[in-house]
Each structure stands twice: as structure tokens, then as C-alpha cells.
Design a protein around this ligand. Structure first.
Ligand SMILES: C[S@@+](CC[C@H](N)C(=O)[O-])C[C@H]1O[C@@H](n2cnc3c(N)ncnc32)[C@H](O)[C@@H]1O
Ligand code: SF4
Length: 289
């Protein structure tokens, strides 16, 4: 006799079919209001385009996946779109935890600052705390503007009794900016940021009319590793989270003919010290050696 048919239960569905994304990235535009010298956006012939979807269509499309985080960024600059706050507000209203990566190149309106201050986290790109050099590398960006926008987000959160988004400075280092890494850690900490991550540069040809640059491992790998150590020491003293993408460390060690000893974890992160009392505090890489 065959068993009576029943509706499938959750445990009948193979585990992979039950998996859901931890984070969904949505590229609202691949166009940008800046032209960083190392970015593919600056390559001749690059054409960005905008996502052809209304905020409502996007929110409806995301809803069934219930992602813990929605990151509205891609290979462009979300905040250059005139309607970006409309999309962000709708996602926030529908209960999504929203995050983004931004160049902070423009002077945000009060409304934009208010929306950004309600995000869960913000990755803000800044390679060097040098007001003269930064706009030559990240063309279209200015240090003073990044500082002003950051200060306004902090002030808004204080005024509204809101938790500050997790503020992470993302530094894409070249031979032109690597020397400023320890100072950049001090700068980020002084501006109430929580973390700094050093990005391993992907190589594109230098665009016409811009400064020529090299991957740090090709310019001076020994100095790059020494600067990472120095910056790590500064971060440890400040109780600040500092990460380096392992690819950068491996590239430097590779040029020097050494193998990685993995002093950092898999993504080159100095892990917070669980005994320090500050979850965001310094690294324990010395203990791990
Ligand atoms: C492509 S941008 C998009 C978001 C936003 N426009 C920004 O600059 O933050 C995201 C990150 O990629 C980094 N990036 C750009 N070109 C890169 C490259 N050639 N190699 C590695 N990272 C790169 C940027 O510095 C930035 O931190
Ligand atoms: S701001 Fe971001 S997307 Fe725009 S050129 Fe710079 S790195 Fe590329």
C-alpha cells in the first residue's frame, strides 16, 4: 500500500535550496562623478549605465530573499543619482538593513545626510589624508568634503540619538599614497570611524592625463610591509580595527621571495582582542605567531 501524499515540509527541501543570501549587492548605477586614476571607470571608452528598475520594483524583487543586508553599490557612485535617496528610503521603510560604498565626493544635502545616517554601515573610500594629493589620485574627491560629510553624519546621529553606522575607510593604495597609511589610520580614528581596510589594487593601464602609478609590491614591497606594520601598531594603540587584504601582503612577500606566514587572518585582518573589553579594539596577531 502506498503512503498518502502530503505537502512537502521544510526538511524535505535540500539544504542548498533553502540557502539564502547574507547580503545582496544592487548596482543602481555604474556611472561615477569621480575618475580615480586606478579605477576601470577612468579607462578610455568606459560607459556607465543606470539600473532600469523603479524603487518599488527593486524592493519587491528583494523581499522574497529577505537578505540580512542590502548594499546599494557597484562599480560606480550611487550618490550621484538624483533619485538615490528615494530608493534608499523605500528600502529602509521596508525594513532592509542598507549599506553602501561611497566616494563622499559631493556636498550632501541635509536629506542625504539623514538617509546615510540611517544605514547600517558605510564604506568610505579615502586613500590618503593629504588634501593636496588625494584629488590627484581620486580625481573629483576632496579630503575636506569627506571630512565635512563624515562630521555631519556623526552630528546627525548624536542629535537624533541614532546608532552611528559602522564607518569603514577603504584605502586603495598605490606607490603614490602608501607612505600615508599610518597617518590615515590616525585620521580615520579622529573622525569617529570604526575601521580601516587596505585594498589590494587590481592593475589597469594608467588613464591618459593622470598620474602614473604602480602596485605597492612593484614599487617598494619592503616599505609597504613596514608601513603596514607601523599602521598596525598605531591602530593597536588607538584600539582601532585595521585590516589589510591578504593579496597585498602576499604580493609584497612574493616579490621579496618569501612565503606568507599569515600573521593576519584570511582577509589580513587584525582581529579584535576579546580580552580588551573593546570589541573593536586592537589586534592579537602577536599572540597568534
Ligand atoms: C569601485 S568603487 C565603487 C564605490 C564608490 N564609487 C567608491 O569609490 O567607494 C569601490 C572600491 O573599489 C576600489 N577600487 C577602484 N579601482 C580599484 C582597483 N583597480 N583595484 C582595487 N580596488 C579598486 C575603490 O577605491 C573603492 O574603494
Ligand atoms: S569614485 Fe569609485 S567608482 Fe568612481 S572612479 Fe573612484 S573608485 Fe571608481
Amino acid at each position: 500500500m502506498t503512503a498518502p501524499r502530503r505537502a512537502p515540509t521544510r526538511t524535505d527541501i535540500p539544504v542548498l535550496l533553502r540557502a539564502r543570501p547574507r547580503e545582496i549587492w544592487v548596482e543602481l548605477t555604474s556611472d561615477c562623478n569621480a575618475r580615480c586614476i586606478y579605477c576601470c571607470v577612468s579607462q578610455p571608452g568606459y560607459r556607465g549605465k543606470d539600473l532600469a528598475m523603479s524603487p518599488e520594483q527593486l524592493a519587491d524583487m528583494l523581499a522574497p530573499y529577505a537578505p540580512p543586508e542590502v548594499r546599494i553599490t557597484g562599480h560606480g557612485e550611487t550618490t550621484m543619482l538624483p533619485h538615490w535617496t528615494k530608493t534608499a528610503k523605500l528600502l529602509l521603510e521596508r525594513g532592509f538593513a542598507v549599506t553602501t560604498n561611497s566616494n563622499f565626493a559631493k556636498e550632501f544635502s541635509d536629506d542625504e545626510i539623514d538617509v546615510l545616517s540611517r544605514f547600517r554601515s558605510l564604506e568610505i573610500s579615502c586613500d590618503i589624508a593629504d588634501a593636496e594629493l588625494l584629488p590627484r589620485v581620486r580625481r573629483g574627491c576632496r579630503l575636506e568634503r569627506i571630512e565635512a560629510n563624515l562630521a555631519r553624519i556623526v552630528a546627525t546621529c548624536e542629535r537624533e540619538f541614532r546608532e552611528l553606522p559602522h564607518l569603514n575607510i577603504s584605502a586603495t593604495l598605490t606607490d603614490l599614497t602608501m607612505h600615508g597609511l599610518p597617518d590615515l589610520v590616525r585620521w580615520a580614528h579622529a573622525r569617529r570611524c570604526h575601521a580601516l581596510e587596505v585594498v589590494n589594487l587590481e592593475r589597469y593601464p594608467a588613464p591618459p592625463g593622470g598620474l602614473a602609478w604602480r602596485h605597492p609590491s612593484e614599487a617598494d614591497p619592503e616599505r609597504m610591509l613596514a608601513l603596514i606594520e607601523e599602521a598596525r601598531g598605531v591602530a593597536r594603540e588607538l584600539g582601532f580595527t585595521f585590516r589589510v587584504q591578504q593579496g597585498l601582503i602576499d604580493a609584497c612577500l612574493g616579490v621579496l621571495g618569501q612565503k606568507s606566514e599569515r600573521p593576519f587572518n584570511e582577509c589580513g585582518e587584525c582581529r579584535p582582542n576579546p580580552t580588551s573589553g573593546d570589541a573593536r579594539a586592537a589586534d592579537v596577531s602577536e599572540e597568534r605567531r
